[in-house]
Design a protein around this ligand. Structure first.
Ligand SMILES: [Zn+2]
Length: 246
């Protein structure tokens, strides 16, 4: 608990609470949470379903908590911060004029409830940082699905069958689908299949997180490459996520 005097000083200095621990911070995360989030960066890359899968970190610890807060507390700024973390890990990617990011759309009622699509916010942050186009229009979700959490892989596959529509653009180029969490991959496979059925090629899936058990499900044993990162920028320093005070 903070004293009334501390609260008054915080208001005076325009300090707000860290989104993850509620301690005072001048930006959305305090220094400590920024460091912990930075430690979640363990990018992996592997091949699955004919595409390159690239995931920034495990869906665990602070990253899991942050993603839950994005969804359940409708925290768009935190989603942007996570997208910035992902973008910072991609600075060495080769520039390709053909590349475009396509976020996985959410159902209309969820969009109205939340006010944003977290995959779109993450994709936009990456697109802005990398100078890649973000295509929000071509892939549409035709119908809502029940929450996939708790369903078996087969039930997930059946639930998402036929939910997407792809309006091919003239220059589809090298498509990378973007999502916040990769679990069994049912949603991303369905989107990939829909795009392929319309004559376009999906080059890869770009994920903020993957569930820890995923490699066993989707990749041949031992085929996932753990990527070494160059020193990352602290999410609370030198980036749009901002500076924090403890
Ligand atoms: Zn914090």
């Amino acid at each position: 608990m903070f004293t009334p005097l501390q609260q008054f000083c915080d208001r005076l200095l325009l300090r707000s609470a860290c989104r993850l621990c509620q301690r005072p911070a001048t930006e959305i995360l305090c220094l400590d949470c920024g460091r912990q989030l930075q430690a979640c960066a363990q990018p992996r890359q592997w091949q699955s379903y004919g595409v390159t899968v690239w995931a920034w970190g495990d869906y665990a610890g602070l990253l899991r908590r942050a993603l839950q807060q994005v969804k359940f507390d409708r925290d768009r700024e935190l989603a942007q911060a996570l997208g910035q973390c992902l973008a910072d890990s991609l600075i060495d990617w080769p520039r390709s004029p053909q590349l475009q990011l396509v976020p996985i759309p959410i159902a209309r009622d969820r969009y109205q409830q939340r006010g944003f699509n977290q995959a779109e916010v993450i994709a936009s942050a990456v697109a802005a940082a990398q100078g890649w186009p973000c295509n929000r229009r071509s892939l549409r979700r035709l119908q809502a699905t029940q929450a996939l959490h708790g369903l078996s892989a087969e039930a997930r596959r059946q639930e998402v069958a036929g939910v997407f529509d792809w309006q091919a653009s003239r220059q589809s180029g090298e498509i990378w689908l973007v999502d916040d969490i990769l679990t069994t991959g049912a949603t991303l496979r369905e989107a990939t299949q829909t795009i392929r059925a319309n004559g376009d090629r999906v080059r890869g899936w770009l994920l903020l997180s993957q569930t820890p058990a995923l490699e066993g499900l989707n990749a041949d044993k031992g085929s996932a490459t753990i990527l070494k990162l160059k020193k990352q920028r602290h999410p609370c320093r030198d980036s749009s996520v901002g500076r924090a005070e403890d």
